[in-house]
Design a protein around this ligand. Structure first.
Ligand SMILES: Cc1ncc(C[n+]2csc(CCOP(=O)(O)OP(=O)(O)O)c2C)c(N)n1
Ligand SMILES: [Mg+2]
Length: 896
């Protein structure tokens, strides 16, 4: 604990001291106790006084750190309701089968983790036996609890699903062999094993932030009157090393502030990560405790096993507690592997009072405490912590459970720095483990090449016990269950409005989208299911008009009188607010988006989230979360607003997005569209609603949409006849050029997004000034064209002859093809290999800059004039236009 400077200024200095003499007396008595009974005693008295004061309701600040001790003393533990011997056997089998499964797979070089689950086995088992509600649990309305499981603990979870009968030996033997179709994924991947895993967690840091927003979203659903989720609890199992990821702690304060007592973090504090200790020279548990307490969490430390109680009883001087506080983690890890002599010398020998205490202990006692006895390895302690967590009101709980990494795997594994990546035990190690865990496996079974799995049989008392416990808690866990719900098709009106065009009015596609959603949010059936998510940019996107009608979600509603209350579009917060305005956190917003987009599975309540953000701060900042989103089979709309490298004026290099569609195209579940016109937005959203939520529930697809929309006001044309299919597939001819003569040179201009306006200008200039005919194509999705073409290529490998849509669409179109967009060239180039004409592209490669749209477009060579010169140049290369014409054009437009 930090020591304060004695004369540091204090905020109390500016308040009157009503009785300075009394204050001085209190100080003096503290000084006297310190002088006579020592610092330890003085601190103890102060702690007790503080505790007493708080318990009697005085407004005293809490401490950020407590001693390196258990929060719940053994004597205060509740009665353990289970059959401990039975649960020990079950845990032992899980440990064995998890280790066997990875070891058996190791001969194929497929990898896997053993040490993590070994340290966490009891943390999971107590949850499964006594706490985690399954999907059939009525009280939670079929939602069950939401379990975020440490990714590389998966072998233990598979081992348990093997015991409960959901997996077979065959499955376990296909761990990490998924190509055949029925293997077990390495980690919790719902996309790969959708009936078992709910939450993909293995990219460190994404689990914790997702869990917080999941708990928060559960509250939102209740606040909105969509579903009572008060029967669900969110459990997140995390590694102490994982807590270093920024996302892991980014939303702790939100959870504290919003008093999410439906959330428990269980942090497996084995003090190790992959390479070695998490905090070699410090104490990770203490650091985490302070961090969580500061964020308003209820903290439970479960550090020591019962064997330590005898030691603490002897600690009359406080020397033991002091020493435990000062020994850094890596040293403690070393004690766990050393002989008792070393521990006596280095731990107890550091202090005469402690040496005195040590002499009262037997060697066996010391070994037991330092090598084995940890809070996270004792079912009663884990149970006590969980009970306290679920009963705590008004704050989320974090359980800091100390364990030994590799526990029960023998000396070769336990507390060893390299144990994270050890992928097999030899037969001798298995024999030692069998003896330690008292498993009924004969030596003969361990003589062969492959270590056997053990299963006591479906009718054994253990399996019956396990099944009964699960039946009582609402069925197996973890489990993912989709009960498809169809939403009625929205009325045609809002889409018709976009299809009509804007007349002479100029509106940006961002505004067109916002108006559309505003209309859709009024739909009788599906309107309330929309979840607008925005990280503090609603005004930027013209969404403030939603504030008063939809309201922003806040569990407290509005406890203040908003400054703009007298205005129409005032800042309205409400307990049933529909908008999630998260403040400036894209990571938090994606976590929200994920919870809402998977509500169809988690809660059986389809929600339609649209997450709208500054396009530059989307994919590159939160790409990994969006990868997890895809893994979790999320459905919804992502809207990259202020899109394009040159379209948002004046913001410059770190704002000017010229590549997000390319990043999005790397996410297989994302359907990326770059609409040019309002009607394209309408067609895409309408189809998205059908594919993700539509009337045919069995046909719902696990995809999500990424739409880029622009802030450049333009006249929106009416929708031409019969273009819907082309829009959705990604390409259609928007305006055919009129050739003055049959043999006049001709070119095909393709563009997406706002660039379509540039090629329309270029089309006119080419015709009027240079006698060149251009056909204008709108390409709302380069990546969907590519996806379909790739599927055709795959079909070719099966001997089929499928011609890609893009090839067919352009078939016979005369002249070369020139593609233009406000993105880097690689975006349109995605389709080049399937275009049979001469292909070339223009784009905004390079870093962005701030200037007017015109100047920026000229800088990148994508404005109408540049397109004209490029088009003439392509035609000149083919001999269809003279070279001098190209030079002349470049000069005329000031490009040369
Ligand atoms: C973002 C990310 N970076 C790196 C990894 C690789 N990785 C997997 S587990 C691990 C160590 C985990 O340590 P800890 O969180 O303490 O878990 P333990 O196994 O000790 O319980 C690492 C670095 C990952 N999965 N995700
Ligand atoms: Mg760890």
């Amino acid at each position: 604990m930090a020591r304060a400077t004695p004369h540091a200024p204090s905020e109390l200095d500016q308040l009157p001291d009503r009785d300075p003499q009394e204050t001085a007396e209190w100080r003096e008595s503290l000084g006297a106790v310190t002088a006579h009974a020592g610092e330890e005693r003085a601190a103890y008295l102060m702690r007790r006084t503080l505790e007493h004061g708080r318990n009697t309701g005085l407004a005293l600040p809490g401490l950020l750190e407590t001693d390196y001790l258990n929060t719940i003393p053994t004597a205060a533990e509740p009665q353990f309701p289970g059959d401990e011997a039975m649960e020990s056997r079950i845990t032992a089998w899980n440990r064995w089968n998890a280790a066997a499964m990875v070891t058996r797979g190791s001969r194929l070089g497929l990898g896997g983790h053993i040490a993590t689950f070994a340290s966490a086995a009891w943390l999971y088992e107590i949850g499964f036996q006594h706490f985690f509600r399954g999907k059939d649990d009525q009280a939670s309305g079929g939602s069950g609890d939401q379990l975020f499981i440490q990714g590389h603990a998966s072998p233990g979870i598979y081992a348990r699903a093997f015991l409960d009968g959901r997996l077979t030996e065959g499955h376990l033997d296909r761990f990490r062999q998924e190509a055949g179709g029925d293997g077990l994924p390495s980690y919790p991947h719902p996309r790969r094993l959708p009936w078992l895993w709910e939450f993909p967690t293995v990219s460190m840091g994404i689990g914790p932030i997702s869990a917080i927003y999941q708990a928060r979203f559960n509250r939102y659903l209740t606040g909105r009157g969509i579903k009572d989720t008060s029967g669900s609890h969110v459990w997140a199992f995390l590694g102490d090393g994982e807590m270093d990821e920024p996302e892991s702690t980014a939303a702790l304060a939100l959870a504290g502030r919003e008093q999410l007592d439906n959330l428990t973090f269980v942090i497996n504090c084995n003090l190790q990560r992959l390479d070695g200790p998490v905090r070699p020279n410090f104490k990770i548990v203490q650091e985490l405790e302070a961090q969580f307490r500061a964020a308003g969490w209820h903290v439970i430390k479960s550090l020591w096993g019962t064997a330590w109680d005898d030691l603490f009883r002897l600690d009359t001087s406080g020397a033991l507690v002091r020493r435990l506080r000062e020994v850094p983690d890596a040293q403690f890890q070393t004690y766990a592997t050393r002989e008792v002599g070393y521990i006596r010398e280095h731990f107890f020998g550091a202090d005469p009072e402690l040496a005195q205490l040590g002499r009262q202990l037997s060697d066996a006692q010391i070994t037991e405490c330092f090598h084995r006895s940890r809070g996270g390895h004792e079912p009663r302690k884990v149970y006590a912590a969980y009970r306290a967590a679920v009963e705590h009101r008004g704050a989320p709980t974090v359980i800091l459970a100390q364990t030994v990494k590799g526990w029960t795997l023998g000396e070769g594994f336990e507390s060893r720095n390299a144990n994270h990546q050890m992928k097999k035990l030899d037969n001798e190690q298995f024999r030692t483990m069998r003896d330690l865990l008292e498993l009924p496996i004969p030596d003969s079974a361990l003589a062969g090449e492959l270590v056997p799995y053990v299963h006591p049989g479906p009718d054994s008392p253990e399996v019956r016990y396990l099944r009964e416990r699960r039946a009582e808690l609402g069925g197996p866990a973890p489990a993912r269950k989709v009960r498809p719900v169809a939403l009625p098709e929205p009325s045609a009106k809002p889409f018709d409005a976009l299809a009509k065009g804007s007349g002479s009015q100029e509106i940006a596609t961002t505004m067109a989208f916002v108006r559309l959603v505003k209309d859709l949010m009024r739909e009788k059936e599906s309107g309330r299911r929309w979840v607008p998510i925005v990280p503090d940019e609603a005004r930027t996107f013209g969404m403030e008009s939603l504030f008063p009608s939809a309201g922003m979600y806040s569990p407290l509603g509005q406890t203040y009188d908003p400054v703009d209350r007298d205005q129409l579009l005032y800042y309205k917060e409400a307990e049933n607010g529909q908008i999630l305005n998260e403040g400036i956190t894209e990571a938090g917003s994606v976590a929200d988006f994920t919870a809402a987009a998977t509500s169809y599975a988690t809660h059986g309540e389809p929600m339609i989230p649209f997450y709208i953000f500054y396009s530059m701060f989307g994919w590159q900042r939160t790409g990994d979360q969006l990868w997890a989103f895809a893994d979790q089979l999320g459905r919804g709309f992502m809207i990259g607003a202020t899109a394009g490298r040159t379209t948002m004026t004046g913001e410059g290099l770190q704002h000017a997005d010229g590549h997000s569609p390319l990043l999005a195209s790397t996410n297989t579940a994302a359907l990326t569209y770059d609409p040019a016109f309002a009607y394209e937005v309408g067609v895409i959203v309408r189809d998205g609603l059908r594919r993700m939520y539509g009337p045919d529930a069995d046909q719902h697809e696990d995809v999500f949409y990424y739409l880029t929309v622009y802030n450049e006001p333009k006249v929106q044309p009416p929708m031409p006849e019969g273009v819907e299919e082309g829009i959705l597939r990604g390409l259609y001819r928007f305006r055919t050029g009129e050739a003055p003569a049959a043999d006049s040179p001709r070119i095909q201009l393709l563009a997406s997004g706002t660039a379509v306006h540039w090629i329309l200008d270029a089309q006119r200039m080419l015709a009027e000034e240079w006698g060149v005919t251009a056909d204008v194509w709108s390409a709302p999705s380069w990546s969907e064209l590519r996806r379909e073409a790739l599927a055709c290529d795959e079909a070719q490998l099966r001997g089929e002859d499928r011609v890609p849509y893009v090839t067919r669409a352009l078939e016979g179109a005369p002249g070369p093809v020139l593609a233009v967009s406000d993105w880097m060239r690689a975006v349109p180039d995605q389709i080049s290999q399937w275009v049979e004409q001469d292909w070339s592209s223009l784009g905004t490669d390079g870093f962005g800059l701030s200037d007017t749209r015109e100047a920026a477009r000229r800088h990148f060579g994508v404005d109408a004039e540049s397109v004209v010169v490029a088009a003439l140049s392509r035609l000149a290369r083919r001999g269809e236009v003279k070279r001098e014409t190209v030079r002349e054009a470049a000069q005329r437009y000031g490009l040369a």
